[in-house]
Write a new protein. Structure first.
Length: 432
């Protein structure tokens, strides 16, 4: 026996996944036994949680032995070896699949009601079950997350056979397990209490998670379409309950609203009570022309348009707006900040190119923080030159040992703390 029950297993698994804390994470629990485990993981990582609806296809005369699995969005996996060895006919397989599909639909209605699944697009998804045996249901869950646009998938379980990484290679980007003991016959042999989880318990867990995450208190976290000038672009708006302001992110060249670095910073701002809007400055068609990536005037125009859209959203009414720009996005943020229609309360640049906004720098009135890595020598000098042109309150913060992308351990955390403190100090409720 390894675990007292699923709750202890979830807490130990959450401790193993601590390195993910602070990233843009969604935890998906596999009903039913994986849900209480996933709830503990989500609590440990301070992350939202949802269910990933999957049903095992059990051999008719031995239901505990999986011959495949089905899931949401029509995802289906069949273990041909088990089907051959057990002699299950195509007719019997079809009958089992039809029955399990009906159960899947009933549970979807019961667990979620009218609520849509939590969006995983562009995010790190942690798929959690109470253990892996054949791996069919875990495989289906990973494929569902992948089909829904997950940027990175971590399959995490408390216990699994020693060869589980071979079985599931390629289905997830990372495989995490607390223990892979010898003599593995069934998941339940490693739990002191492996009582079957009922639908009522799954529903109760999901309610508790929603209440803890702040969803019941008015937190907003949704995909949006933004009208910016003559185009519509996609974004993600996150506003914690009681937010004191909202920060609009302007990504750099070759990046998008899915930028892992910007998402990391945004998550830190959210924990500090600040809302965030990450959005694509260009349409997919425009991104194919690299010249657009360096058209600072165009990027600034989109940022001003997104700011106007944001201020009309009921979720952020009365909140101050700030800009966080990276690389060329920092130039766009400063260019836009000089526009009378933008009026941001504060601006932060990460590894930015404020020099590209040179003609507009003297017109910026918003307090501006320039963050540069000490090892990013060329950009550091360009920031010093740009700072000399600013007439507003400003500061140049140099992160020791950091290069342009802040990939060194602890450097992106330092950026997040600097940005958090700057926005917190300079953003008050807007008066427009």
């Amino acid at each position: 026996m390894l675990f007292t029950d699923r709750l202890e297993a979830g807490r130990r698994l959450g401790a193993r996944l601590e390195y993910l804390r602070g990233q843009d994470i969604v935890v998906l629990g596999l009903p039913r036994g994986g849900v209480p485990v996933a709830a503990e993981v989500a609590a440990a990582l301070d992350a939202p949680m949802d269910v990933c609806l999957v049903r095992k296809l059990g051999v008719p005369y031995q239901p505990e032995l999986g011959m495949g699995a089905i899931g949401e969005d029509g995802v289906r996996v069949i273990n041909d070896q088990v089907v051959r060895e057990t002699g299950v006919s195509p007719a019997d397989l079809a009958l089992v699949e039809e029955r399990e599909r009906e159960v899947l639909e009933r549970r979807a209605a019961r667990y979620r009601g009218e609520r849509a699944p939590v969006s995983v697009a562009g995010r790190t998804v942690v798929v959690v079950d109470d253990g892996v045996a054949t791996g069919s249901t875990a495989r289906v869950a990973c494929r569902i997350a992948r089909a829904r646009g997950a940027a990175h998938i971590v399959l995490a379980v408390p216990v699994a056979p020693r060869d589980w990484t071979v079985r599931l290679a390629g289905e997830a980007d990372e495989l995490v397990c607390v223990d892979t003991p010898r003599g593995f016959y069934a998941i339940g042999q490693f739990y002191d209490d492996f009582t079957q989880v009922e639908d009522e318990e799954v529903t109760a867990v999901l309610r508790r998670v929603a209440a803890r995450s702040g969803a019941a208190a008015g937190q907003v976290d949704r995909e949006v379409e933004i009208t910016a000038g003559a185009v519509r672009v996609r974004g993600r708006l996150t506003v914690p309950a009681g937010a004191t302001g909202v920060v609009v992110f302007a990504h750099g060249s070759g990046s998008s609203r899915h930028s892992p670095r910007n998402r990391f910073v945004a998550s830190g701002l959210n924990r500090a009570g600040l809302g965030t809007l990450l959005f694509d400055l260009l349409t997919e068609a425009e991104e194919r022309d690299r010249a657009n990536v360096f058209d600072i005037d165009l990027l600034a125009e989109r940022l001003v348009g997104a700011t106007a859209w944001l201020r009309e959203e009921p979720d952020v009414e009365g909140l101050a707006v700030g800009y966080f720009g990276a690389s060329t996005g920092a130039a766009a943020a400063l260019w836009a900040a000089a526009e009378p229609d933008a009026r941001p309360a504060a601006v932060v640049s990460r590894g930015g190119r404020p020099d590209l906004a040179g003609p507009r720098l003297s017109a910026v009135t918003a307090p501006t923080l320039l963050i540069v890595g000490s090892a990013d020598l060329t950009v550091l000098e360009l920031n010093r030159q740009a700072q000399a042109l600013l007439r507003c309150e400003n500061r140049l913060a140099v992160v020791p040992g950091a290069t342009h992308l802040f990939e060194e351990p602890g450097t992106l955390e330092a950026v997040t703390e600097l940005a958090r403190d700057w926005f917190t100090d300079h953003m008050a409720p807007a008066h427009v």
